[in-house]
Design a protein around this ligand. Structure first.
Ligand code: FES
Length: 177
């Protein structure tokens, strides 16, 4: 029995070391940080920092990925993430939609700042906020590993490249309908 549990754990960790099955570039950014720290469990806070920078907030699937990679119980990772106020933990059901604008250097110089301004104006909230009807949360991230398609915006977990105030507004209008 014990062997079976160990086997599952090591399988999980091997899978995590191969990268996230979605192929999402943001998980690769996270992999680099974990690898640099040799998947040490005491690097958890640093890894969560990187995750927050890359994703804009910590979602359950990201916390699960970190837990598997560092071979830590999810409850421990979740506990640390919610204990520190600097981390913003969102469950998948908090808001109907999430919009994360990359404000890393490449995205910023290609217009990420204008995209954020347009969204803040339209939604009447600032980055980090949620519309009063709980429909849309607006967040910012640093480099998501998608600099080639800057400026990048993630709508409900899907990365969209070469965004402008006009294209993001179209998406927002879709959500609001
Ligand atoms: S700076 Fe935005 S993806 Fe790299």
């Amino acid at each position: 029995m014990e062997t079976a549990i160990k086997d599952t754990k090591s399988k999980d960790s091997q899978q995590a070391k191969k990268g996230h099955p979605s192929g999402d570039q943001r998980f690769k950014q996270l992999d680099i940080t974990m690898k640099r720290n040799q998947y040490r469990q005491d690097s958890l806070i640093e890894v969560l920092h990187k995750a927050q920078e890359t994703f804009g907030y910590l979602e359950t699937n990201v916390l699960t990925y970190v837990a598997r990679s560092l071979k830590l119980p999810l409850s421990r990772v979740y506990g640390v993430a919610t204990f520190y106020h600097l981390f913003s933990v969102k469950s998948n059901v908090d808001t109907a939609h999430t919009c994360v604008v990359c404000m890393g250097t490449a995205c910023y110089v290609k217009g990420g700042g204008e995209v954020v301004k347009a969204l803040e104006k339209e939604l009447e909230i600032t980055v980090g906020g949620t519309t009063p009807d709980n429909q849309i949360s607006l967040m910012a991230a640093r480099c998501m590993g998608a600099c080639g398609i800057a400026p990048a915006v993630v709508f409900d977990g899907r990365v969209a490249g070469k965004q402008t105030p006009e294209t993001v507004m179209e998406k927002i209008k879709d959500w609001q309908e």
